[in-house]
Unconditional design. Structure first.
Lengths: 111, 114
């Protein structure tokens, strides 16, 4: 089975800190995604990548950036964390039209 | 644009009750439709999917039929169990040049009591 691993389950960071969320997949998928999940809002796409060094903005990219230097790794960066970025962050990967595989999520709290 | 609307939860049922979670969509073109499930403390898992009109997706006793005429993809199960308690997300995919991007509904929490 494809496995998508997110480096942390829980993170607490201070306002203004630079935060890195890491995601690694082990099945050579081209496509990788970062979502945030908030009650009543469902999943919202932040950024996605369809190849190494390629990235595209999703629906809510403001305040975030991403990095994909290797095919298996997709990092989400909060340049200067703010309290409104407190959320559950979900990484996913996919290969063409065969559905997504999600990681277990990182619950980030910014204080 | 592309969007998915789900019934608000929580849906509270007793064990062995019949389940329906409504999902309707708006899409350009001909999307594929999905149901994902999220158990407590975990990420999302694909539950079932349908790729064209009148297709029925099924898995673990859950079913959903792609209804183009009503733009719906309602999730059903004949007899729920306590272990089905989770959040269920309806989603659609739109493909541009072969690349699939998912659009999710807001999720519906299901609570099943013994």
């Amino acid at each position: 089975d494809v496995k998508v691993t997110q480096s942390s389950r829980y993170l607490v960071k201070r306002t203004g800190e630079k935060v890195f969320l890491e995601c690694v997949q082990d099945m050579d998928h081209e496509n990788m995604f970062w979502y945030r999940q908030d009650p009543g809002l469902g999943l919202r796409l932040i950024y996605f990548s369809y190849d190494v060094k390629m990235k595209e903005k999703g629906d809510i990219p403001e305040g975030y950036s991403v990095s994909r230097e290797k095919k298996e790794r997709f990092s989400l960066i909060l340049e200067s964390a703010s309290t409104n970025q407190t959320s559950m962050y979900l990484c996913a990967s996919s290969w063409q039209g065969y559905g997504y595989t999600f990681g277990s999520g990182t619950r980030l709290t910014v204080v | 644009g592309n969007s998915v609307t789900q019934m608000e939860g929580p849906v509270t049922l007793s064990e062995e009750a019949f389940l329906t979670i409504n999902c309707t969509y708006t899409a350009t073109g001909y999307p594929s439709l999905f149901w994902y499930v999220q158990y407590p403390g975990e990420g999302l898992q694909l539950l079932l999917k349908a790729t064209k009109a009148d297709d029925k997706g099924s898995n673990k006793g859950f079913e959903a039929t792609y209804r183009k005429e009503t733009t719906s993809f309602h999730l059903e199960k004949g007899s729920v169990q306590v272990s089905d308690s989770a959040v269920y997300f309806c989603a659609l995919s739109v493909s541009n040049t072969g690349f699939q991007k998912l659009v999710f509904g807001t999720g519906t929490r299901l609570l099943v009591s013994p």
